[in-house]
Design a protein around this ligand. Sequence first.
Ligand code: SAM
Length: 569
Amino acid sequence: MSLYFDAVAILNAPSSGGSFKSRIYSARNLRASPAQIYALVTEAAKWDTVLTEVIDKSGILALERKLSPLLALLLVHDHLLAKKGIAAPATHTLRQTVERHKVRLHAEFTKARVRRGCATVEQFKATILREKRLADGTSHFIYPRWVRINNIRTTLEEQLNTTFKSYRRVESLAELAPDDELETRKPEPRLFIDPHIPDLVAVPFGADFTSSSAYKNGEIILQDKASCFPAYLLLGDRGPKDAWEGDLVDGCAAPGNKTTHLASLIAKQYKETTKSGPKIFSMDASTMRSKTLQKMVGLAGADSVTVLQGQDFLALDPEDERFENVTGLLLDPSCSGSGIIGRDDVPHFTLPTAGAPKAPKSHGKKRKRNETADEPEGEQSKATMGTPQAAPTDENDIPDGTIDPERLSKLASIQARIVEHALSFPNATHVTYSTCSIHLIENEGVVARILSTRVAQERGWRLLRRDEQPDGLRRWKKRGVREEQPAEGETGPSGTVDLSDEALEACIRSWQGDAEGLGGFFVAGFIRDPDHATPAVSVKKDHKSHQQPEEHDTSEDDQEVSDWDGFSD
Ligand SMILES: C[S@@+](CC[C@H](N)C(=O)[O-])C[C@H]1O[C@@H](n2cnc3c(N)ncnc32)[C@H](O)[C@@H]1O
């Protein structure tokens, strides 16, 4: 029974940031397993309108005062739809509270199915999912599920012959979107091999790999395409003959998607060589997130990675002899997360009406009103309707939706400090900086700021030009922008940045809602010409608002916005 109480508690708890899944996995005091809670909530959310209809029409809330609307919805879901019914002993009071109405509940469920003209429960599910998509306006575009192949444990070819054996290869992302016909029957597994990022594939949204052995063994990693840009930009299209030399640092690494991607790229480059590859130092300032990082690194079999748990990158001494061979650094610091898809991925429920007056005759004993003790306070009787949206880029942070200019400017200062620190590693030649923000101030604004720092100028750092980028990214068309303006009638950050066209071409962007099926993302690469011989990408004067130097704040601010996202789901 703890499963249902835990699920109610999680749904009612105020958001502490992070994806819904990570909130479950990081919650303390749960008695049920996080996987079970997640499965229950996401499945029940798909059925909420029907379950609400069934509960309201059966009138059980007026009869069973112990049941809050949300608790009832979850229990009735399992009673009607879970293979094993309600997860509690048959004698448990709450289970009996629902099961004594089983005839009425089943009758109402059947009526709801027949009303929609569905012959089977499977058809019924497809129909209500379509109803939901039409209602929440997401029917026109469904984000795919991106799957990265982990070269440490497997190869693309091997996965095509095993995990994806039954998948039909399609030639465009659009062919992954469900069409009406497919929605009414079991969707055919389809697979799209990404043309930009090596060893990345897309499958239709909703494909679930969590129970596949490839996922459990770390052979495949669920990682959004844009999140794969930084490691690929840093390590490029090298092969065994020109494999990356020198150690690597991932300075803001948890939960570890980009770190494990670095390790995968290195493994591929060194696969046919006898040499041992570089070391990867991977760290995160948050001790809790570092544990997830360590777990992901272990699952991916990334033995080349040394995790420095709870390590603030800014406190790392670049002169430390452990880092004397570091040539490449990847920096993906905390950001506003404004580019994340499914900003609010917590499933919302349309709930039954508490104590609906249409109650049939009571056959239970009388109960006091305040016996609905099992419900944490604050539940609303009507929540907004919506399905769980496309999963966010899992490693990143879910923002709370507010755009506070002061907060953005603070973030930008910390981001700039972090990249500036990276440029000071004595033997570093390549650095990438990325965010999942769409705001100019956190992206091109930081780039401009970095290029005008003393360390960049003294050590000959410049932007990695588009023509120097790995093939897949060179072909990527979305590039840096010079200006940000809020949409008409809306408020939001605005500004311009004085970067040359060439510098903007060097910056890589993606935007939510575009046909590429990605969230908003930004990445730029910096390269160092130790001899200053190569002409640098020209930088014009940065816009004032993005240039004021600011002292690094305690990492508290950073943590506040950054914290938590968690696992690939
Ligand atoms: C966007 S997330 C990183 C996601 C990660 N790169 C991945 O792909 O899985 C930003 C992370 O930076 C960490 N962080 C922020 N400031 C840091 C600092 N000064 N030193 C180390 N880690 C930091 C946060 O705790 C957070 O886990």
